[in-house]
Design a binder for this molecule. Structure first.
Ligand code: FE2
Ligand code: FE2
Length: 207
């Protein structure tokens, strides 16, 4: 399948013609409410959108995983990355972040009285959202990467202006989000978003 047929998704669109379970629609509404607690709710929403754009038949729990995959950052005490000095692909930080998010999301789902297929189904995709691995993990990682490139240009600018990292390190983050994509049909889309993000960051910084 060529990537040219995958268009930028409409916000919160569900694939036309696909029938979802009532439980999925309920859990999705709950998740969309819950993720308002996250400072970067747009990134989470768009990860859900891009997941369905890249995989219109993706399993229902995978969509919930996409919408919630970074939520460990709303719970104090999580891993912290030194943006200035630590490589973005640092395995220790990223593994801790993924493991903790999988646990936080699973606990939240159990608390909502959601059926076990959702609790089990979010686990591996959230564990793999930074590095990929399985087929579902690669789809998650592609959606996360493209959504980051699309939604977090102003965030990179804030890091640079706030001296959390250098401009080059900020650009490195965007480069990693693009280069790490394992899903073949997502690579061209990631490249387009990367080029737009790089130009947008420069423009916002007046370069
Ligand atoms: Fe993440
Ligand atoms: Fe993310």
């Amino acid at each position: 399948m060529g990537s040219a047929v995958i268009a930028v998704p409409e916000p919160a669109a569900l694939p036309a013609g696909r029938v979802f379970s009532e439980e999925f629609l309920r859990v999705r509404d709950l998740a969309l409410d819950w993720i308002h607690a996250y400072y970067d709710v747009d990134h989470l929403r768009r990860t859900g959108d891009w997941l369905l754009a890249l995989g219109p038949e993706a399993a229902e729990p995978l969509v919930i995983a996409a919408l919630t995959h970074d939520m460990e950052r709303t719970v104090p005490g999580g891993p912290v990355i030194d943006k200035a000095n630590t490589p973005w692909d640092d395995p220790a930080y990223n593994t801790a972040h993924c493991n903790r998010s999988a646990a936080v999301v699973a606990k939240w789902l159990v608390g909502q009285g959601v059926s076990d297929r959702f609790v089990r189904g979010i686990h591996q995709p959230i564990l793999e959202h930074e590095f990929g691995g399985s087929a579902e993990g690669d789809l998650m990682q592609a959606a996360d990467s493209i959504s980051f490139l699309e939604t977090n240009r102003a965030l990179i600018v804030r890091w640079v202006q706030g001296r959390e990292c250098s401009l080059e390190k900020g650009r490195d983050k965007l480069r990693w989000m693009c280069d790490r994509v394992r899903l073949a049909r997502a690579r061209d889309i990631a490249r387009v978003q990367f080029q737009q993000a790089m130009a947008d960051v420069d423009q916002r910084l007046g370069l």
